[in-house]
Design a binder for this molecule. Sequence first.
Ligand code: CP
Ligand code: NVA
Length: 305
Amino acid sequence: MRHLLTLKDLSTSEIEEILAIGKTLKEDMKRGIREPLYPNCVMGMIFQKQSLRTRVSFETLMTHLGGHAIYLAGDVDFGKREPIRDFARVMSEMVDLVMIRAKHHEDVVEFARYASVPVINGLTDYCHPCQALADIMTLRELIGDTTGKKFAWVGDANNVALSLAFICGKLGMKFSMATPKAYQFNDSIMQQIRENAPDADFEVTEDPVKAVEDAVAVYTDVWVSMGQEDEKVQRERDFAAYQVNSELMRHCPQAYFMHCLPARRGFEVTPEVIDGPQSAIIQEAGNRLHAQKGAVIWLLRQLGK
Ligand code: CP
Ligand code: NVA
Protein backbone atom coordinates (compact mmCIF):
# COMPACT_ATOMS: atom_id res chain seq x y z
CA MET A 1 0.00 0.00 0.00
CA ARG A 2 1.48 3.35 -1.05
CA HIS A 3 1.05 6.36 1.21
CA LEU A 4 2.21 9.96 1.06
CA LEU A 5 3.87 10.40 4.44
CA THR A 6 7.10 12.10 3.36
CA LEU A 7 8.63 12.99 0.01
CA LYS A 8 11.62 10.84 0.77
CA ASP A 9 9.38 7.82 0.08
CA LEU A 10 8.75 8.93 -3.52
CA SER A 11 11.13 8.58 -6.43
CA THR A 12 11.85 11.48 -8.75
CA SER A 13 9.63 9.99 -11.44
CA GLU A 14 6.77 9.46 -8.97
CA ILE A 15 6.98 13.11 -7.91
CA GLU A 16 6.93 14.09 -11.59
CA GLU A 17 3.87 11.89 -12.19
CA ILE A 18 1.97 13.58 -9.33
CA LEU A 19 2.89 17.04 -10.61
CA ALA A 20 1.92 16.10 -14.16
CA ILE A 21 -1.53 14.83 -13.12
CA GLY A 22 -2.08 17.98 -11.07
CA LYS A 23 -1.00 20.20 -13.96
CA THR A 24 -3.30 18.49 -16.47
CA LEU A 25 -6.32 18.70 -14.19
CA LYS A 26 -5.55 22.34 -13.37
CA GLU A 27 -5.59 23.10 -17.10
CA ASP A 28 -8.86 21.16 -17.45
CA MET A 29 -10.37 23.15 -14.61
CA LYS A 30 -9.37 26.44 -16.25
CA ARG A 31 -11.31 25.28 -19.33
CA GLY A 32 -14.33 24.59 -17.14
CA ILE A 33 -13.85 20.82 -16.97
CA ARG A 34 -14.16 19.14 -13.58
CA GLU A 35 -14.57 15.54 -14.51
CA PRO A 36 -15.86 13.43 -11.59
CA LEU A 37 -13.14 10.80 -11.97
CA TYR A 38 -13.85 9.09 -8.63
CA PRO A 39 -17.60 9.21 -7.93
CA ASN A 40 -18.52 8.51 -4.32
CA CYS A 41 -14.88 8.23 -3.28
CA VAL A 42 -14.57 9.31 0.36
CA MET A 43 -11.61 10.82 2.21
CA GLY A 44 -11.50 10.99 6.00
CA MET A 45 -9.56 14.03 7.21
CA ILE A 46 -8.18 14.11 10.75
CA PHE A 47 -7.04 17.47 12.06
CA GLN A 48 -5.17 17.76 15.35
CA LYS A 49 -4.07 21.30 14.46
CA GLN A 50 -5.70 24.29 12.81
CA SER A 51 -5.85 24.67 9.02
CA LEU A 52 -7.26 26.81 6.26
CA ARG A 53 -5.47 25.75 3.06
CA THR A 54 -5.11 22.04 3.79
CA ARG A 55 -8.71 21.55 4.79
CA VAL A 56 -10.26 23.62 2.02
CA SER A 57 -8.01 22.21 -0.72
CA PHE A 58 -8.64 18.56 0.15
CA GLU A 59 -12.35 19.05 0.70
CA THR A 60 -12.67 20.94 -2.58
CA LEU A 61 -10.65 18.48 -4.63
CA MET A 62 -12.63 15.53 -3.34
CA THR A 63 -15.80 17.32 -4.42
CA HIS A 64 -14.29 18.04 -7.85
CA LEU A 65 -13.49 14.34 -8.24
CA GLY A 66 -17.09 13.44 -7.55
CA GLY A 67 -16.39 12.27 -4.01
CA HIS A 68 -16.63 13.63 -0.51
CA ALA A 69 -14.37 14.56 2.41
CA ILE A 70 -15.25 14.12 6.09
CA TYR A 71 -13.71 16.62 8.51
CA LEU A 72 -12.73 15.11 11.86
CA ALA A 73 -11.25 17.49 14.41
CA GLY A 74 -10.97 17.67 18.21
CA ASP A 75 -14.00 15.54 18.96
CA VAL A 76 -12.27 12.35 17.72
CA ASP A 77 -9.36 13.11 20.10
CA PHE A 78 -6.90 11.43 17.73
CA GLY A 79 -4.45 9.16 19.53
CA LYS A 80 -6.23 9.46 22.88
CA ARG A 81 -9.83 8.26 22.73
CA GLU A 82 -8.81 4.94 21.22
CA PRO A 83 -5.57 3.34 20.05
CA ILE A 84 -4.32 4.55 16.69
CA ARG A 85 -4.37 0.97 15.33
CA ASP A 86 -8.12 0.73 16.04
CA PHE A 87 -8.74 4.17 14.55
CA ALA A 88 -6.84 3.22 11.38
CA ARG A 89 -8.54 -0.14 10.95
CA VAL A 90 -12.03 1.25 11.56
CA MET A 91 -11.58 4.13 9.12
CA SER A 92 -10.16 1.75 6.52
CA GLU A 93 -13.47 -0.17 6.60
CA MET A 94 -15.36 2.94 5.56
CA VAL A 95 -13.32 5.46 3.57
CA ASP A 96 -11.08 5.25 0.50
CA LEU A 97 -8.29 7.53 1.72
CA VAL A 98 -7.26 9.24 4.92
CA MET A 99 -5.52 12.58 5.35
CA ILE A 100 -4.00 13.41 8.72
CA ARG A 101 -2.64 16.63 10.19
CA ALA A 102 -1.02 15.48 13.41
CA LYS A 103 1.13 16.81 16.20
CA HIS A 104 3.50 13.85 16.10
CA HIS A 105 4.75 12.37 12.85
CA GLU A 106 5.12 8.92 14.49
CA ASP A 107 1.34 8.84 14.98
CA VAL A 108 0.78 9.19 11.24
CA VAL A 109 3.37 6.48 10.55
CA GLU A 110 1.62 4.20 13.03
CA PHE A 111 -1.76 4.95 11.49
CA ALA A 112 -0.43 4.09 8.03
CA ARG A 113 1.01 0.81 9.34
CA TYR A 114 -2.48 -0.36 10.34
CA ALA A 115 -4.49 1.32 7.57
CA SER A 116 -5.55 -0.59 4.49
CA VAL A 117 -6.24 2.60 2.52
CA PRO A 118 -3.71 5.26 1.41
CA VAL A 119 -2.74 7.80 4.06
CA ILE A 120 -1.66 11.35 3.25
CA ASN A 121 0.36 13.54 5.61
CA GLY A 122 -1.33 16.93 5.78
CA LEU A 123 1.47 18.31 8.01
CA THR A 124 3.25 16.95 11.03
CA ASP A 125 6.03 18.31 13.23
CA TYR A 126 8.45 16.52 10.87
CA CYS A 127 7.37 17.48 7.35
CA HIS A 128 4.70 18.90 5.05
CA PRO A 129 4.94 17.04 1.72
CA CYS A 130 1.74 18.42 0.14
CA GLN A 131 3.04 21.95 0.62
CA ALA A 132 6.32 21.23 -1.17
CA LEU A 133 4.51 19.63 -4.13
CA ALA A 134 2.39 22.78 -4.53
CA ASP A 135 5.46 24.99 -4.16
CA ILE A 136 7.38 23.31 -6.97
CA MET A 137 4.29 23.31 -9.18
CA THR A 138 4.08 27.08 -8.58
CA LEU A 139 7.74 27.74 -9.23
CA ARG A 140 7.59 25.84 -12.52
CA GLU A 141 4.57 27.89 -13.59
CA LEU A 142 6.59 31.02 -12.87
CA ILE A 143 10.03 30.16 -14.27
CA GLY A 144 9.63 26.98 -16.32
CA ASP A 145 12.30 24.33 -15.88
CA THR A 146 13.63 24.28 -12.31
CA THR A 147 16.56 21.90 -12.89
CA GLY A 148 19.82 23.27 -11.52
CA LYS A 149 18.10 26.39 -10.15
CA LYS A 150 18.80 27.63 -6.63
CA PHE A 151 16.04 27.60 -4.03
CA ALA A 152 16.71 29.70 -0.92
CA TRP A 153 15.26 29.06 2.50
CA VAL A 154 15.60 31.75 5.17
CA GLY A 155 14.48 30.94 8.70
CA ASP A 156 13.66 27.94 10.85
CA ALA A 157 14.70 24.45 9.70
CA ASN A 158 11.15 23.21 10.21
CA ASN A 159 8.65 20.79 8.66
CA VAL A 160 8.13 22.84 5.50
CA ALA A 161 11.88 23.33 5.04
CA LEU A 162 12.49 19.59 5.25
CA SER A 163 9.92 18.73 2.58
CA LEU A 164 11.38 21.42 0.32
CA ALA A 165 14.88 20.07 0.93
CA PHE A 166 13.73 16.58 -0.12
CA ILE A 167 11.88 17.75 -3.22
CA CYS A 168 14.66 20.10 -4.37
CA GLY A 169 17.18 17.30 -3.85
CA LYS A 170 15.08 14.83 -5.81
CA LEU A 171 14.36 17.25 -8.65
CA GLY A 172 17.96 18.37 -9.15
CA MET A 173 17.67 21.84 -7.64
CA LYS A 174 20.15 23.58 -5.38
CA PHE A 175 18.83 24.18 -1.88
CA SER A 176 20.50 26.85 0.21
CA MET A 177 19.24 27.46 3.71
CA ALA A 178 20.11 30.32 6.05
CA THR A 179 19.26 29.36 9.60
CA PRO A 180 20.75 30.33 12.97
CA LYS A 181 23.23 27.70 14.12
CA ALA A 182 21.12 26.44 17.02
CA TYR A 183 18.09 25.85 14.75
CA GLN A 184 19.70 24.09 11.80
CA PHE A 185 18.81 20.49 10.89
CA ASN A 186 20.45 18.02 13.24
CA ASP A 187 22.82 15.27 12.08
CA SER A 188 20.07 12.69 11.79
CA ILE A 189 18.00 14.90 9.45
CA MET A 190 21.07 15.79 7.39
CA GLN A 191 21.78 12.10 7.05
CA GLN A 192 18.22 11.47 5.83
CA ILE A 193 18.60 14.19 3.20
CA ARG A 194 21.91 12.72 2.02
CA GLU A 195 20.49 9.20 1.90
CA ASN A 196 17.27 10.10 0.11
CA ALA A 197 18.64 12.67 -2.29
CA PRO A 198 22.26 11.63 -2.70
CA ASP A 199 22.87 14.10 -5.53
CA ALA A 200 21.33 17.00 -3.62
CA ASP A 201 23.24 20.26 -3.90
CA PHE A 202 22.58 21.36 -0.36
CA GLU A 203 24.09 24.38 1.41
CA VAL A 204 23.62 25.39 5.04
CA THR A 205 24.71 28.85 6.15
CA GLU A 206 23.99 31.38 8.85
CA ASP A 207 24.07 34.18 6.29
CA PRO A 208 20.72 35.04 4.60
CA VAL A 209 22.47 37.12 1.91
CA LYS A 210 24.61 34.16 0.89
CA ALA A 211 21.51 31.95 0.71
CA VAL A 212 19.46 34.28 -1.50
CA GLU A 213 22.14 35.33 -4.00
CA ASP A 214 21.29 33.91 -7.45
CA ALA A 215 18.18 32.20 -6.08
CA VAL A 216 15.00 31.87 -8.15
CA ALA A 217 12.87 31.64 -5.01
CA VAL A 218 13.23 32.94 -1.48
CA TYR A 219 11.07 31.04 0.96
CA THR A 220 10.35 31.62 4.60
CA ASP A 221 7.88 30.36 7.17
CA VAL A 222 6.79 31.36 10.66
CA TRP A 223 9.47 31.39 13.34
CA VAL A 224 7.04 29.75 15.78
CA SER A 225 5.32 26.71 14.33
CA MET A 226 2.16 25.19 15.76
CA GLY A 227 3.13 23.42 18.97
CA GLN A 228 6.13 25.71 19.67
CA GLU A 229 4.13 28.54 21.26
CA ASP A 230 6.07 28.22 24.54
CA GLU A 231 9.29 29.14 22.72
CA LYS A 232 7.81 32.27 21.14
CA VAL A 233 9.82 34.93 22.98
CA GLN A 234 13.14 33.15 22.53
CA ARG A 235 12.51 32.34 18.88
CA GLU A 236 11.48 35.86 17.95
CA ARG A 237 14.74 37.06 19.44
CA ASP A 238 16.87 34.36 17.79
CA PHE A 239 15.38 34.81 14.31
CA ALA A 240 15.26 38.62 14.26
CA ALA A 241 18.19 38.82 11.81
CA TYR A 242 16.47 36.34 9.46
CA GLN A 243 13.57 38.52 8.37
CA VAL A 244 12.87 38.54 4.63
CA ASN A 245 12.62 42.26 3.90
CA SER A 246 13.29 44.50 0.92
CA GLU A 247 16.93 44.94 1.96
CA LEU A 248 17.45 41.16 1.69
CA MET A 249 15.43 40.89 -1.55
CA ARG A 250 17.70 43.57 -3.06
CA HIS A 251 20.30 40.78 -3.34
CA CYS A 252 18.00 38.70 -5.57
CA PRO A 253 15.82 41.02 -7.66
CA GLN A 254 15.01 38.10 -9.98
CA ALA A 255 13.65 35.85 -7.20
CA TYR A 256 10.05 35.13 -6.29
CA PHE A 257 9.04 35.33 -2.65
CA MET A 258 7.26 32.24 -1.33
CA HIS A 259 5.61 31.35 1.99
CA CYS A 260 3.37 28.41 2.87
CA LEU A 261 1.07 30.71 4.91
CA PRO A 262 -0.24 31.65 7.37
CA ALA A 263 2.37 34.44 7.64
CA ARG A 264 3.17 36.88 10.39
CA ARG A 265 3.83 40.20 8.70
CA GLY A 266 6.51 42.18 10.55
CA PHE A 267 8.21 39.03 11.83
CA GLU A 268 9.58 36.52 9.27
CA VAL A 269 8.56 38.78 6.36
CA THR A 270 7.74 42.44 5.93
CA PRO A 271 4.50 43.63 4.29
CA GLU A 272 6.35 45.25 1.37
CA VAL A 273 7.81 41.85 0.39
CA ILE A 274 4.87 39.54 1.00
CA ASP A 275 2.43 41.97 -0.59
CA GLY A 276 4.89 43.24 -3.21
CA PRO A 277 5.58 42.39 -6.86
CA GLN A 278 7.95 39.47 -6.15
CA SER A 279 5.40 37.62 -4.01
CA ALA A 280 3.88 34.37 -5.32
CA ILE A 281 1.95 33.45 -2.18
CA ILE A 282 -1.59 33.38 -3.52
CA GLN A 283 -0.79 31.32 -6.61
CA GLU A 284 1.19 29.03 -4.29
CA ALA A 285 -1.73 28.59 -1.89
CA GLY A 286 -4.08 27.95 -4.82
CA ASN A 287 -1.83 25.22 -6.11
CA ARG A 288 -2.39 23.20 -2.96
CA LEU A 289 -5.65 22.19 -4.61
CA HIS A 290 -4.07 21.08 -7.89
CA ALA A 291 -0.91 19.41 -6.56
CA GLN A 292 -2.90 17.41 -4.01
CA LYS A 293 -5.44 16.44 -6.63
CA GLY A 294 -2.46 14.95 -8.45
CA ALA A 295 -1.35 13.14 -5.30
CA VAL A 296 -4.80 11.72 -4.53
CA ILE A 297 -5.28 10.43 -8.08
CA TRP A 298 -1.75 9.00 -8.13
CA LEU A 299 -2.40 7.10 -4.88
CA LEU A 300 -5.71 5.73 -6.15
CA ARG A 301 -4.06 4.67 -9.41
CA GLN A 302 -1.49 2.68 -7.40
CA LEU A 303 -4.47 0.61 -6.25
CA GLY A 304 -5.62 0.12 -9.83
CA LYS A 305 -8.55 2.50 -9.31
N1 CP B 1 0.13 26.05 4.41
C1 CP B 1 -0.78 25.34 5.10
O1 CP B 1 -0.66 24.12 5.30
O2 CP B 1 -1.84 26.06 5.51
P1 CP B 1 -2.94 25.59 6.58
O3 CP B 1 -2.20 25.44 7.90
O4 CP B 1 -3.93 26.73 6.63
O5 CP B 1 -3.54 24.32 6.14
N1 NVA C 1 5.69 25.46 10.05
C1 NVA C 1 4.29 25.79 10.16
C2 NVA C 1 3.59 25.51 8.87
C3 NVA C 1 2.12 25.82 8.85
C4 NVA C 1 1.48 25.52 7.54
C5 NVA C 1 3.68 25.00 11.31
O1 NVA C 1 3.99 23.82 11.44
O2 NVA C 1 2.92 25.57 12.07
